[in-house]
Structures are given as C-alpha cells and as structure tokens.
Design a binder for this molecule. Structure first.
Ligand code: BG6
Ligand code: MG
Length: 217
C-alpha cells in the first residue's frame, strides 16, 4: 500500500538540469573538453564527482585529485550563481498543487536527491516546508543507482520501503528505486525506460496513479 512518495528533485520538482548543463559547459569549454546535451543526459541522477568522471571521458590526459576538486568547485560556484536566480515561479502550479493535494490526502512526502544543493534549491523556490523529509547528497555515501538515498528518505519519514513510490526522471534513479524495493514512476527522460513501473507525463496524474495501485492491492 502506497503511503509515501519520494521525489527526485532535479528534473522532477524543478528544472535545474539546464543550469547543470550550463555550468559544466563553461568548465569543460575552458579545458577544451567536448561536452554536449547527450553527454549531459548521462549526468542525470549521478553525483557531482561521477558527473565529472563522465565528462573527463573526452579528455586526453590525466588530472590530479586536486585539479578535479578545483573543477568541481568551479562548476558548483557557477551552478549556485544560476540557482540564485530561481524563485517560487520556477515551480509549476501542477507540481505545487499536486504536492498540496497529496499531503492533504495523508501521504508523507520526501525528497530523494543526489544533490548537495537540494535544501538551497528548495528554499529558493519556497518548497522546503512541502516535504516531511529530505534525503540528499549530504547524507549518502553511494549515489544512484545505489538505493541508499531512497532508503534513507524512507527512514527519515519512518515508512517501509515497500510502501513508498518514487518519482524520477533519470534511469539511474529508476534503478535505485527498484533496488530499494519501491514502486518507480518515470517522468520526462525516464518515462520510456524499461524498468519503470508506471509512466506519467504530468504531475496531475499522481493521485490517480496511487488510487489505481490501491484498488489493485
Ligand atoms: C542530481 C543531478 O540531482 O544531482 C545530477 O541530476 C547532479 O546531474 C547531482 O550531478 C549532484 O548535484 P550537486 O548539486 O550536488 O552538484
Ligand atoms: Mg533528476
């Protein structure tokens, strides 16, 4: 029985993917590393350090840990400057209203994000109070597709994994949700991924999706 929903943040609640792209693009251009939207898609759901490793596949040479750390730092500074421009208007009514409706319906809501900037983003868009628990890049040692971020989220809201439904836009996130023993709903990019249990094209469909699952149970 679904009693809680765990939402990925980037690409699900907010569209920060474009900022991740712009920030990594600046850093890679500076280093003369080829980087495009297709490569950017592979960065969905994975940590900052793993993102850098994917980008460096196009780099001919060796970088020290110190140099890698500097690149990640630089990317994050540019990314945070872009995040600074975000306001409550960067969350669609669809998302805001659906979250409200789900909460009124008695469901617990959590965030399960690989990002270390999750709380900062939620503050900027005025959604920090919309969630009962936040599991993010600061409380995990393994990022998606490892289930840790979602298992921690379930822990934070004191819910059994099997009662949790995860909403994700990344294949790595769908894998993580399945590895956690949760129901995986795909939106956007992950919606045609084979391991996704249920696909939605809009947030509004979520209450119906849950009702259908409850009727089947
Ligand atoms: C995920 C994004 O939510 O967070 C990834 O989908 C990103 O693309 C990861 O690399 C880490 O984000 P941050 O904010 O900690 O650099
Ligand atoms: Mg995402």
């Amino acid at each position: 029985n679904i009693k809680a929903l765990i939402f990925d943040l980037d690409g699900v609640i907010v569209f920060t993917d474009k900022f991740h792209y712009q920030a990594w693009k600046k850093v890679s251009d500076k280093m003369g590393i080829y980087f495009d939207e297709t490569i950017n898609n592979r960065l969905r759901g994975v940590s900052r350090a793993e993102s850098l490793e994917i980008i460096l596949e196009k780099y001919n040479g060796e970088l020290s840990d110190q140099e890698k750390a500097e690149m990640m730092e630089e990317k994050n500074i540019i990314y945070r400057e872009l995040l600074e421009t975000m306001t409550a208007d960067d969350v669609t009514d669809d998302v805001r209203d659906t979250l409200k409706k789900l909460r009124e319906g008695g469901y617990k809501l959590a965030i399960g994000s690989s990002s270390k900037n999750a709380v900062f983003i939620l503050e900027k868009v005025d959604l920090l109070d919309a969630f009962d628990g936040i599991s993010d890049g600061n409380n995990i040692t393994h990022s998606k597709p490892d289930p840790e971020v979602f298992l921690k989220a379930a822990d934070f809201i004191r819910e059994a994994a099997e009662n949790c439904l995860v909403v994700e836009d990344a294949c790595a996130g769908i894998d993580a949700a399945k590895a956690a023993g949760m129901t995986a709903v795909g939106i956007g990019d992950a919606s045609d991924y084979g391991k996704t249990d249920i696909q939605i094209s809009s947030f509004k469909e979520l209450p119906d999706v849950i009702n259908r699952l409850l009727a089947q149970a």
